[in-house]
Design a protein. Structure first.
Length: 223
């Protein structure tokens, strides 16, 4: 289980303070499909980054299977981000000089760099690219792929280490409606078939309706 308890986040700009999150409580159980829904500027992405160990809260705690991740060392938090929590963002963050297969496989190589494991990791990358419908695009670089294809590569990369949780920040924000629909269907499939807990940040009502549970956030609070 991933749980947020009384999360606050304040940013300082000189003498001014911006209180973005104001006491957020969320529980995400194994196998749930969760939506964090609300308007732009509500604090959705900030909350997602804190849930995933990317941005430390000003106050409150984040528990992963009963352990407060912000009391762990930076090394241990990095291991959690590599092995337990997968990330998808609105911007795909693919390495432009690498092929689709290399982009997908890189987190697995970071997780286990033993030479004897390399072939198996690349085979896993091929299987995942086939899973997301890119069997014939494994040697293409990001510039040779459409936006929807790049996001599918990003999904495959996010799940290469079989994370328990997949955190998605506006994953369809840069896509046309048809490509966006395909990405959400793929996330639903991963949730059902792999029992991966999926959390999707969105301001789109139609996407939020796909979730098992919706947390509506406005002005830094759950409504």
């Amino acid at each position: 289980m991933l749980e947020a308890r009384n999360i606050h986040k304040t940013y300082k700009n000189g003498a001014k303070e911006l209180h973005v999150l104001k006491g957020i409580d969320i529980k995400i159980e194994k196998g749930e499909f969760i939506s964090i829904f609300g308007p732009s500027g509500a604090g959705k992405s900030t909350l997602l980054h804190i849930l995933g160990g990317l941005d430390e809260p000003t106050g409150g705690e984040i528990f992963l299977d009963g352990e407060d991740i912000y009391k762990l060392s930076d090394k241990k938090k990095a291991e959690i981000r590599n092995k337990t929590i997968g990330f998808m963002f609105q911007f795909y963050h693919l390495l432009p000089e690498f092929t689709a297969l290399e982009n997908v496989t890189l987190p697995a190589l970071i997780k286990d760099s033993q030479w004897s494991m390399v072939n198996g990791q690349f085979e896993k990358g091929r299987e995942l690219l086939e899973l997301v419908g890119l069997k014939d695009r494994i040697k293409h670089k990001p510039s040779q792929l459409s936006g929807g294809e790049q996001q599918r590569v990003a999904i495959a990369r996010a799940i290469v280490n079989a994370p328990q949780f997949l955190l998605c920040d506006e994953p369809t924000g840069n896509l046309d409606s048809e490509s966006g629909k395909g990405i959400i269907e793929l996330l639903e499939r991963l949730n059902k078939e792999n029992n991966t807990s999926v959390v999707v940040v969105t301001h789109e009502d139609q996407i939020a309706k796909k979730a098992h549970k919706v947390f509506r956030i406005k002005d830094g609070k759950i409504q």
